[in-house]
Design a protein around this ligand. Structure first.
Ligand code: C2E
Ligand code: CA
Ligand code: CA
Ligand code: CA
Length: 277
């Protein structure tokens, strides 16, 4: 790399070049991943803290890359967003989750619901059609509440009205809407006021250090009271031990997710878990 031959070259180090190359190959691999059937959804139980039932699950995407092995969403969702590939990936996630929801509604519980993560970039893209999703549910003879869509509050801040109409169409069709990572954005309270949502997910960072008399417990309690006054159900994320679970139950939390109950599992394993209970 040229060190002082002018600003335009100073970042062009061999490792940067390497990164650019691996980034390009990641993008070209991503382009074929759907057609090559390389994505999978894993399912994490969303446990009803009052009844102990597991009639909901969050779908989390993984990429079985032919060379890199199993790749987590953190590694490719940002690039999928930058390249707009997230629109096709998001459509795939929706269809896969809807089919799975239909199967589990038959095999496990008629009210079974699968929650999917959605990206603000999807909503903003004109190719993303709420109507196509609703037609797909119709074709499977599924009601809207077979699916829940999770969206982060950051997304609502950033894109505002382009998201609103599509979310409105979903809610009109009785698809549930969940505000993900609650408490981590800039606008937590104003997004609650603005949007007609059904569930609020307390971010894992508030759950991590839950202890009696802690500030985090006070915050969780306050979030739960507020959510209930707004007629929302609350899901706590990242519950890893019994103390956290018990404090959340005492605070009136409705649902919980986390390694205490189960890691995200392939569909077959998830089914085994439910049948073994
Ligand atoms: P998220 O929606 O906040 O999902 C929760 C993440 O925490 C998941 O990581 C999950 O495996 C992990 N997790 C669950 N319970 C525990 C726990 O008890 N302890 C710890 N340490 N972690 C736990 P994952 O699967 O790697 O997903 C990361 C993020 O990628 C998700 O965060 C979500 O933002 C995004 N993502 C995943 N699937 C999709 C998708 O299909 N579409 C989009 N747009 N984003 C997705
Ligand atoms: Ca989520
Ligand atoms: Ca989350
Ligand atoms: Ca998160």
């Amino acid at each position: 790399a040229k060190s002082n031959g002018g600003n335009s070259f100073q970042y062009f180090t061999p490792s940067m070049q390497q990164n650019a190359v691996s980034r390009m190959s990641l993008i070209s691999d991503l382009r074929i991943a759907i057609a090559a059937n390389q994505f999978q959804l894993h399912y994490q139980p969303i446990v009803n803290l009052i009844t102990g039932d597991i009639y909901k699950a969050e779908a989390l995407i993984r990429w079985q890359h032919p060379v890199r092995g199993l790749v987590g969403p953190i590694e490719f969702i940002p690039i999928a967003e930058e390249t707009q590939l997230i629109v096709d990936i998001g459509d795939w996630v929706f269809r896969e989750a809807a089919q799975q929801s239909a199967r589990w509604r038959t095999a496990i519980e008629p009210s079974f619901q699968i929650s999917i993560n959605t990206s603000p970039v999807q909503y903003k893209n004109d190719a993303f059609s709420a109507k196509d999703w609703l037609d797909y549910l119709d074709a499977l003879k599924l009601p809207g509440d077979a699916i829940m869509v999770e969206i982060t509050e950051g997304a609502l801040m950033e894109y505002g009205s382009s998201i609103d109409q599509k979310l409105f169409d979903f809610r009109d069709a009785n698809i549930q809407v969940s505000l993900d990572d609650f408490g981590t954005g800039y606008s937590s309270l104003s997004s609650l006021k603005k949007l007609d949502i059904d569930y609020l997910k307390i971010d894992k960072s508030f759950v991590d250090n839950l202890a009696p008399h802690s500030n985090d417990l006070a915050l969780c309690e306050a979030i739960i009271v507020m959510a209930h006054k707004l007629d929302l159900k609350v899901v706590a994320e990242g519950v890893e031990n019994e103390e956290q679970r018990d404090l959340l139950i005492a605070a009136g939390c409705d649902y919980a997710q986390g390694y205490l109950f189960s890691k995200p599992l392939p569909a077959i394993e998830f089914e085994k878990l439910l049948k073994s209970r």
